[in-house]
Design a protein around this ligand. Sequence first.
Ligand code: SF4
Length: 715
Amino acid sequence: AQGASASPFVMETQCPFCSVQCKMRLTEFAPNALLAAGGNAPVLDYDEPVQYAVEAKPNKASEGRLCVKGMNAYQHAVSDDRIVYPMARRGDTFERISWEEANAMMAERLQAIAAQHGRDAIGLYGGGSLTNESAYLLGKFARVALRTRYIDYNGRFCMSAAASAGNKTFGIDRGLTNPLSDIPLAKCIILTGTNIAECQPTLTPYFTKAKENGAYIIVIDPRETGTSKMADLHLRVKPGMDAALANGMLRALIEEGLVDEKFVRARTKGYDALRAHIEAQSVEAIAELAGVPAESIRKAAIAFGKAETGMVFTARGVEQQTDGFMAVRNFLNLTLLTGKIGKPGCGYGAVTGQGNGQGGREHGQKADQLPGYRLIENEAHRAYIAGVWNIDPSELPGKGVSAYEMMEKVHDREIRALIVMGSNPVVSNPNANLVEEAMERLEFLVVADMFMSETARSADLILPVTSYLENKGTLTNLEGRVLLREGSRPAPGEARHDWRILCDLAERLGRGQYFAYSDAEEIFEELRIASKGGVADYYGITYERLRREEGVYWPCPSLDHVGDGRLFESTFAHSDGLAELVPVENHFPDERTDEAYPIYLTTGRVLSHYLTGVQTRRSHTLASRDFESFVELHPNAAKRFGVADGQLVTLTSRRGEIVVRCRVTRSIREDTVFVPMHWGDVQNVNKVTNQALDPTCRMPGFKVCAVHVRPLVVE
Ligand code: SF4
């Protein structure tokens, strides 16, 4: 194209769609202004009236890569579907209102509900894609402006098992104990319940590089995936039996004399009890439980035990279980027993899913936490945060409940008003029929979103928020590296930043003096102080440093601290410096198959979509790659249920049913079916998933429930 009359708009930002936080440059061209842009081979979308070029930019995590989600992320942000002004319910429709009216309505309704039913009749539901600044402010808003105990967020479903396990075993929860650059140094890698090839695709080259360097890769997953294709050994574990499988590997390690006794005696506690527990079991018996050949369990244990260096990665496959906390702890036992931590090429990683899954859980969005990973029930922690917030500690509410339990409280009409920010609980919670019903029972539902999500449809008030192209703030990637995202595109219509919405509402509620911020950096400055001395210490991190150094790891307690990329080199974070080993039982899934529901269901993601698909389903390129949900069945299972490839089927559990298209494939175990999690309504897999919770971290057992499959009958 010739004649570049209009200057293209150029900005740098980070992909919003996973925890790697790949950096990109977006160039927005006026028509016929294509030649004005520089850069490396821009990808042009000729279908748009305004054209866009997306280029990967190197940052320390992504090394200059973008996956298909990142390349096409801009499409949702510039979509005509964006909600661009506040909208209030009028009967069955919504009507445009002003921000003035929206704020007045919120203040009036929330105050009335609090006056009639108490402050705890109001709940807040946040998200792991919010920036650190918005997540911090949402937590503060709940405790200082509304003074309710009920706040939690969708990260409960993302990270709570691994977070609790890391805290208990190591004394600290940071997604990766090592920088990503350590992965190619590992000689054996265990990837369990993680499908990085589809969920965090730009990480894959770290693993292929490790393989080129001679690494032996073990993948544990009931399905064949893009990730298992690079495995030297694929253990197709029965859904829900990950903890047992780890026990089998521990048993084989002990049998083969591969425990690093020197490390274990010097750096851990609890070994004797763990060893006695493991010695009472046999690899063969565990193999039977886990549905994996004993020989393969031994092979995996020997490969990991003998390797000079090694790393273990877990993700939702292990964590979204009713024993997710203990299952992760058992993989941490494995890491510690082999001494593979705190050294180059040795460590553990919980591969976070959401864009700010790590930061989202550090600054007070969780029911039990205050900023800096402080505990809401700890008097000293409460006093410190109350001091930062300039309130009396007695004003701080107590501990609330987890995300799904909040939905139950809504259903029981204990919570009567709910503010949802950066989340779509109707699709992301288990037992979604109950959640859908709960939303309808609310007296007042406010949803701040870019789109008319399945949850927003039930709202009394919808607030338009800014996207990753427009919203500046920090996010903490899966390594614990804090990154500054410079969103600079003008917001469409009247969309506002999440933090701005909270500040304005606080003002209306008469608490504006605690929320007098004029930009995200001012909030971050307060967050630094609030986190100071906490586990997740951001005190030494500033916007200026983030710009100059392109990211800084926490913990970073002072301005001259370089940030710790590799943790636990000489000590763990518990006060005695030791890591805690623990015996783990061979737990069974909460729900077992029977005659009525004869096959297991497990859930997961596909490459093109993110979370509940609210954003990626609005990207035409991503939506067209995967435009509907499906169920994967083994050919023998398809025969047993009388269903065929391509046919629509009904999948039923004790909680509900969905309709999805059948994909017959040998890539799934015969006793298991798989459905992805990115669609709502009749395709919403969470209408059938199990709401039973892990007793410690309150993670629902998304990854296994019992279902029936039948051909769809259209009457
Ligand atoms: Fe990078 Fe993840 Fe975005 Fe893909 S989805 S571009 S891996 S941040």
